[in-house]
Write a new protein. Sequence first.
Lengths: 278, 313
Amino acid sequence: MKKRIHWLRWVGVAFIALWTLIPLYWTLNTSLQTDAQASSKPAFYIPPTPTFNNYASLLAGNGDIPESVRSSFLNTLIECGAATIVTVIIATLAAYAFARMKFRGRQALFYAVLATMAFPAYTTLIPLYKIMTWFGLVNTYTGIVLVYVSGFLPLATWILYNYMSSLPVAIEEAAGIDGASRMQVLRHVVVPLARPGIVSTAIITFLFAWGQFLFPLVLSSDISTEPLTVVIASLQGRHVVPFSLMSAAGIIAIAIPAAIAVVLNRYIVSGLLTGSVK
Amino acid sequence: MTVGIATGGRPSVREDGPRPVRRRKRKFDPLPWLLVSPLMIFIIALALVPAGFTIGASFFRVQELNPPAVFNGIQNFVKLFSDGAIVSSIGNTGLYVLIGVALSTLLGIVFAVVLQQRFRGRSALVAILILPWALPGVVEGIVWVNIWDGNTGLLNSVLTSLHLIGHYQVFLGQNQFVTILLIEIVQVWQITPLSALLILAALQNIPGDLYEAASLDGASPWQTFRRVTMPLIRPGITIAMVQAVIATLNVFDQPYVLNGAAATGSSVTMQTYFVSFQSLDFGEGYALSLLITVATLVVSFVVLKLVYRPVEF
């Protein structure tokens, strides 16, 4: 019986690894082939003559497609970076108040914030479009960042609230007795102690922002602000773009989140679990 | 940090919960309000007000090309159900939810049981597992188009090499069930890592002596799993299923990229987008958004009622 369990375990391990990696390998494989090789039947399971031409033409070439990939890459970085920084700062301030201070209506406010997590994000798509139109914020970085921040704040606050609540209060009280103001306690005691929670929150927020599609499709769909997801979906819609080039664009779009996920997965796992289990 | 002498202050022991504040202030304390106000401004202005707007405006005729907005009761909802594309998208979405919730929960349980074991390379496997969760759905759509494609896809290549099919087949956009199954597999690929982690967390909460007791009583591994493990991970399974319900009921990226606007795979969220931003009938879009929201809450609640059982160790 023991033997069989052991054998089954490795089947399970292999299944998880293959299920996750085969699709990604296949995209990488296609991206390293010429257009002709990528369309051969049957397919080449490894690139016969590996070439970085697809990457070179997207990253350094001229023309409509390479330029929109490059500018949207920059847009994605700016929008995700800004949304992450603003979300983490606002959520840290609020989580500290919710976790450590007493004030009238604290519970009601906290539940109101959490309740917004239960609604599907797209409930607010059309009104947000209207609001952004009224304020002239469609196709601006500000507009899309405001929408991202409002969408990610409840989860970020919730993760940080749980993390701060789990910290021992004695150190903060000692700092308070030593004469530190509450803002000093937050800056010099709570934030350093809560750093793992803050890192988790920042990573999860950044990855969520990187994956957004429908909101930017509606709110920032011209070349000045559109993120990679919008550009890639529009390339897919035009059937003239060859698979080899599409795959290279796909790899460019997932390189950063994939690296974050592999290197910092510990923070993601702990953040997601404090964010949803309690 | 300054070290001062607290004159007259006393480090009192309180039983009303921890807080770092030194003195109990009688007068109004503005600091907590200042700290939560940026959050509340965002939540009110960009979540609660828009959500209220969706509810209210779904009872108005709001057409960009035909202003002004006029109250028209439940006309938007009536119109929705007479629109063939929307009715078929409701059926499609039902299938997405069924397939997606079932598959992601089953795979999530299997993955969690594998990851609960101790073996070399376990942390590397967790890093691999989390990848599809971390990547944009749109790009995952591109990744899988390259597998399902009728001209150059991996699946066709493998199936012909194995002589299981004589020549390349077109899988997407032909048969409705096959199309939805293949698109939903792509979403399952994305949402299963979170399901697995949630169920794994529940597994790791089970005290080891319960397993010892079961094995002392002569229970087989399968009996132990059925009678000890499964009942105790129900809370984890519930959360995993609820997140799957929310994701699948609102599926957009995968069908949009893999199948375009074609009716074989169109979801309700896609129809909301088309109705609002292509037909510019915002009233109908509001009504459809409201329907998805209500459906999400109702289905989540039903799953909660059916699956959740409180567990105490």
